[in-house]
Design a protein around this ligand. Sequence first.
Ligand SMILES: [Zn+2]
Length: 221
Amino acid sequence: MILRSPLLDQIKTIRHGFGTQSEPIPGVTLKHWADRPIWKQIHGTEISRVHQSGQNCGSVDALVTQIPQLPIAVVTADCVPLLFAHRSGRSIAAVHAGWRGTIARLTEKLWDLLIQEGEHPREWVAAIGPSIGPCCYEVSPELIENFKSKFPEVDPARWNPRERMLDLGSLHREILGKIGLGSIDSISACTRCSEKPTFYSYRRGDRESRQYSAIIIDPEF
Ligand SMILES: [Zn+2]
């Protein structure tokens, strides 16, 4: 099975899904999966604009395209996958944000770029996919302090519900709200402890396997 955002589902030409252990590559993108770009995620802040099928994007953690029938995706096993689409269905983006990408403000960097190019965040829909939840994501007190100093504009109660527990999905909801995204969906299943569905989880021990979160502009689906 895959998980889907009801808000993204409302956009007629967009197909998307957040993969799980039983369906790591969302089936809705399989018809065009061979056309996906080649990319390597490095917990960095580089962004690639995808123009053609099979494009080698190098080391990037965010992808953007306006090309129909060309799926873009990110792979995760606890990190936060984010999928975006313009309400008209003409443009899409995907982001991989673990704690490093979040603290380095990859999502904000993507939106700085899109806004420079004339996009209006309020015309876009965002979906925050399943990631490790505040139930399971214990980090060092130093990292919590680091987040507090890097995000002075966000109330820590939003993303640090208990001592040492980090809620990256909720922090992203705050970040996207401040950027001005028109509509934001959160799929809050925890990749580490959810049983139905189950996910690949780095913290639970999956070192090689991951699930894809994928999105495609497909007017002919
Ligand atoms: Zn959990």
